[in-house]
Ligand binder design. Structure first.
Ligand SMILES: Nc1ncnc2c1ncn2[C@@H]1O[C@H](COP(=O)(O)OP(=O)(O)O)[C@@H](O)[C@H]1O
Ligand SMILES: [Mg+2]
Length: 228
């Protein structure tokens, strides 16, 4: 079976504040991910986990190395094609929700579908169904400011999943969730992985969530090490 994601020899450094040698963040990182597979990435703060996700999503360019999504090299794609890939094939969840304050929960979750040209009525139906799966059926018309932190994060998860992306890139997504909500979110990931072969790249400090993934890697000194 073809890999969803193939990464080879990814290297990234940043120029530090003081003049002199650049700070090396990633050193020849290689990894792969198959459709529907979940991979947890752990590592201490500052290890480069967010940098790795930014590179994979094409927000930043590596110094060297290759990233291939569904057999196509990111480096060969125009910015417009990378935008399209992000909108249609990826879902993003961050530590903080990044919802649009002026929009209700259902409108926030409809957004990825509307960007993908789904009609408004159909988009709202699918958004309502996804919010319901996350236990938010009574919060559809609430604005983010009228929701609790955990509820907002579940809305953000619904938005990341509603268009059934090929891969969800989640950067410490459950930092603000209680244990029960985190487990509910993870269960939903599992179901969608089965239904729509949505893969998950999960950066987390939560050991129990990490162990529940198909594979676990640790980023340390710019290198990835497989744990399971
Ligand atoms: N745009 C940037 N310019 C310079 N240094 C950066 C930049 N982004 C991140 N870094 C540095 O790269 C290192 C890794 O950051 P990050 O990927 O955010 O780590 P993590 O997500 O594992 O906590 C940190 O030391 C951080 O200060
Ligand atoms: Mg980070």
């Amino acid at each position: 079976m073809a890999d969803l994601l193939v990464v080879e020899g990814l290297t990234k450094s940043y120029i530090g504040p003081a003049p002199g040698s650049p700070i090396s963040i990633l050193r020849e990182v290689s990894m792969h991910l198959q459709a529907g597979e979940s991979l947890a990435i752990m590592g201490r703060s500052g290890a480069g986990k967010s940098t790795l996700l930014h590179l994979l999503a094409g927000f930043e360019k590596p110094d060297s190395g290759h990233i291939q999504w569904e057999g196509v090299s990111l480096a060969s794609m125009k910015e417009s094609a990378i935008d399209k890939l992000r909108n249609q094939r990826f879902g993003f969840v961050y530590q903080f929700h990044h919802l649009i304050e002026e929009c209700s929960a259902i409108d926030n979750v409809s957004l990825p579908l509307r960007i993908g040209s789904v009609f408004a009525r159909e988009a709202r139906q699918q958004a309502a169904a996804m919010l319901t799966r996350l236990g938010l059926e009574d919060r559809l018309e609430h604005r983010p400011s009228a929701l609790s932190g955990g509820e907002r994060q579940r809305v953000a998860v619904a938005r990341a999943l509603v268009h059934r992306p090929a891969c969800v890139l989640a950067d410490e997504p459950t930092g603000n969730l209680d244990e029960q909500s985190a487990a509910q979110v993870f269960k939903l990931f599992r179901e969608l992985a089965m239904e729509s072969r949505t893969a998950l790249l999960l950066v987390t400090h939560d050991h129990s969530l990490a162990k529940a993934c198909d594979r676990l890697v640790v980023l340390e000194n710019g290198k990835l090490t497989s744990v399971i």
